[in-house]
Write a protein that binds this ligand. Sequence first.
Ligand SMILES: Nc1nc2c(c(=O)[nH]1)N[C@@H](CN(C=O)c1ccc(C(=O)N[C@@H](CCC(=O)O)C(=O)O)cc1)CN2
Length: 323
Amino acid sequence: MIRRISERASCFAKNFPILKSSRFHGESLDSSVSPVLIPGVHVFHCQDAVGIVAKLSDCIAAKGGNILGYDVFVPENNNVFYSRSEFIFDPVKWPRNQVDEDFQTIAQRYGALNSVVRVPSIDPKYKIALLLSKQDHCLVEMLHKWQDGKLPVDITCVISNHGRASNTHVMRFLERHGIPYHYVSTTKENKREDDILKLVKDTDFLVLARYMQILSGNFLKGYGKDVINIHHGLLPSFKGGYPAKQAFDAGVKLIGATSHFVTEELDSGPIIEQMVESVSHRDNLRSFVQKSEDLEKKCLTKAIKSYCELRVLPYGTNKTVVF
Ligand SMILES: Nc1nc2c(c(=O)[nH]1)N[C@@H](CN(C=O)c1ccc(C(=O)N[C@@H](CCC(=O)O)C(=O)O)cc1)CN2
């Protein structure tokens, strides 16, 4: 589905400051008039070799594209190459499917482990489902950022193992925006994972916004796509439940929140984003919890935005590259 290029691209430019200065003309796609230049992103991961950057940048330049930003990471003592480029191009000169084909040719030449292109003004937004339990401060933050256009996703549904009264702010917001809320009650014996899998089968990734049920390996395998969690603690410290209390009891001077990919082992997946704040002897458990909650909702939305902007790449067995 191609929505108005000017509308979608200006939204994209808002989320990509580097593109604000791009020469963007909001007229029609007719190239006899001034060409419409739209933003694209490409990420690449392969074994390191000489000349990769030249090949990738030439691929863009050869079709009249203009690179506005380019990040490269080649770790020491590890023969791998990561890059992320932001560019603008004329989709009349360089049709969307040809962009994929041209980068795929280079990916095949280098045996790339990852090569993904995203053109937000053309490609469908990522479809996500949000899972939460009782607390909804993370959900509320995500809904507000989404409403402000700062989270380029389509929220297909919200799933919770807790019911919510229909006259609450969250429920009225969801109803106003046509986002279904599914109350899927769970017990220790029955986590209702098959029901959840049915509800999320058409999503691109899942977000656990304070979902207090541990997902089984079968669920993660059955879903087969990324699941992103927010932990209101500074992992790897204080895994599991009540991390703010764990931190308070430990007398820490820094508290934090961690957004990470969900793996079968609890709170042990590759970390995407962390945020911290100082605490002192003047703090009590209530202020620890409040500060943690403020951090976690910001940490989660930043992690989701980075993920949607193709800034997050798997690195090694349990790390990430975040451009
Ligand atoms: N497979 C995974 N599932 C989940 C992860 C994960 O990393 N891997 N993260 C959690 C979220 N979480 C911390 O961020 C967390 C969730 C649940 C618990 C916990 O002890 N749950 C109890 C039940 C608590 C309740 O019902 O209120 C339990 O399952 O026995 C600790 C940490 C989401 N899932």
